[in-house]
Design a protein around this ligand. Sequence first.
Ligand SMILES: C[C@](O)(C(=O)O)[C@H](CC(=O)O)C(=O)O
Ligand SMILES: [Mg+2]
Length: 301
Amino acid sequence: MLYSATTSESKRAALRAGLASGTLQQFPGAFNPLSARLIEDKGFDGVYISGAVLAADLGLPDIGLTTLTEVAQRAGQIARMTDLPSIVDADTGFGEPMNVARTVQELENAGLAGCHIEDQFNPKRCGHLDGKQVVDLDTAAKRIRAAVDARRDPNFLIMARTDIRGTDSLRAAQDRARALVDAGADAIFPEAMRDLEEFRAIRAAVDVPILANMTEFGKSELFTTGQLHDAGVNIVIYPVTLLRSAMGAAERTLDSIQANGTQQQAVPEMQTRARLYELVDYEGYNRFDTSVFNFQVPDGR
Ligand SMILES: C[C@](O)(C(=O)O)[C@H](CC(=O)O)C(=O)O
Ligand SMILES: [Mg+2]
């Protein structure tokens, strides 16, 4: 009933344990609170909260237009819906190092287990697009140091994302990753790796957990969990996958209504009323007050 009963502190400890477990941690991207519950129900290790999805949710492109307030609020609404740890995309940290410090504290307050902060210039763009610009190492390291110094829970994960592979060599990406770990990063998100060899090269460069971004229609092939694990990756995100699937289904349903004059043909593809009620734990509310859930949902509907 209501929200997760697990404290933020235990979610963060669970995230640390998962990353140290030697098992690839799978974090699908939730596009709303209910989808986070679904991710948990299906047995995944954690929930990713994508900046691209939060921007798209507001009808905006992913170019750094969302504010800290918007991101912290929505990420908090998603994180509280699940017992799993949630990691949020904090883009470039929403400003200068002092802003990054505040960002981390707000995200801690919102119940997140960790975040990633990237080394792009503002305005930023999707890491899989061309024409990105990356800040110099000193600026990037200051963002990470500010984040690490600001956290109050030592288990709140500060992941450094580097976009440098889009503008420079693999060697430069290895050097940047190493330097960001020296600045205090707990984990590295090497963006837009071109193949598994590149993940292996980052693995060889640092001894902290590394993340693979399996976003569709981007620069990376969609590797399997087995391939990523063998390459030494510790955590994989599917950031926009559920939003793309849901929007794809929505388009097909709208087309079907237009073609058939009814949504009847689309009904078999829909989540049933019973399954929706299960996810929101409707029945749990009945245990609290029997006047709430005093009707039967027909079988399988
Ligand atoms: C991971 C990412 O930062 C996101 O916001 O989800 C994006 C995903 C995408 O645009 O496909 C990214 O920059 O890779
Ligand atoms: Mg992003």
